[in-house]
Design a protein around this ligand. Sequence first.
Ligand code: SD4
Length: 332
Amino acid sequence: MKNNRRHFIKSSAALLAGAASPVVYSMSESTPSALPVPSAAKIISTWNFAVEANKPAWEILSQGGTALDAVEVGARVPEADENNHSVGYGGFPDREGIVTLDASIMDHHSNCGAVACLEGFKHPISIARKVMEETPHVMLVGKGAQKFALAQGFKKQNLLTEKAKQKWQQWLRKSDYVPEINVENHDTIGMLALDSHGNLAGATTTSGVAWKMHGRVGDSPIIGAGLFVDNEVGAVACTGLGEAVIRTGASTVVMEMMRAGKTPQQACEIATQRIHKIHKNHRDMKYLQVAFIAMNTQGKHGAFSLRGGFQYAIAEPNGQTLHNAGHILKWS
Ligand code: SD4
């Protein structure tokens, strides 16, 4: 390990504390950092697996790196984790047994890139970044995205692990489709970062809802739905049932609330309440979950979800913490 590298150590007290109160992860270092840790830098990310994702992302910010690099590097962590069944390699497939991935990334200049319904590549977030940087477009889907990824030198591979295949085969016996949200208490990773230059960036990456129809695309790759960054205002990411997020343009709602002067927390609550109101009599209501994270240009953050169980992780100069978000409803 490099001498000047900051790293996070999960304290045993944190493990004992459980999920009821913020779980504190202390940072330690053997020698002082070569560069001062920028006091403004901060990351907020969705779900408990974000703690792992935040570690390499924080290393980048703590060395004075960009928010864009931080969110890309962080998002690659769950993408590569075969035990994470809602993101990247090891993700649960669609009803035809095919793993298809959605991802998006956005920087402080409002540049953005996305891929949707992408088959066969472990790191859609990096391909999304290439779409942003190397093409005149914002989103590539399906075969076109695959072709582009190959042309950019990404390696094609099988993403369906044995474990995910077994789960799919179990599901096939009944083929009873209900979108499974909050599976194992984690889903899409959404990451928002503010760097020491005062710039924001965001990323989302997901395998979407398990057993979806082939070709289904969720909110995560859609700018203004699953992700939105505006360097004059803030950054927003969503997780949960993408159909509900798309129907309501949810990230845009949070962004515009912040622009109008609401705090990130208030903005996340307003968008959640709006989704709740719109879906009260909707067929999706019985399994509906949506959750938001947001951060403004000052590094103030907010998080809120429709139902309980949503966690988010914060990384900042004095450590990393995992929190339970406030919510409106309980799972019944
Ligand atoms: C989607 N929003 O594809 C993603 C999945 C997710 O909690 O975040 N589930 O709809």
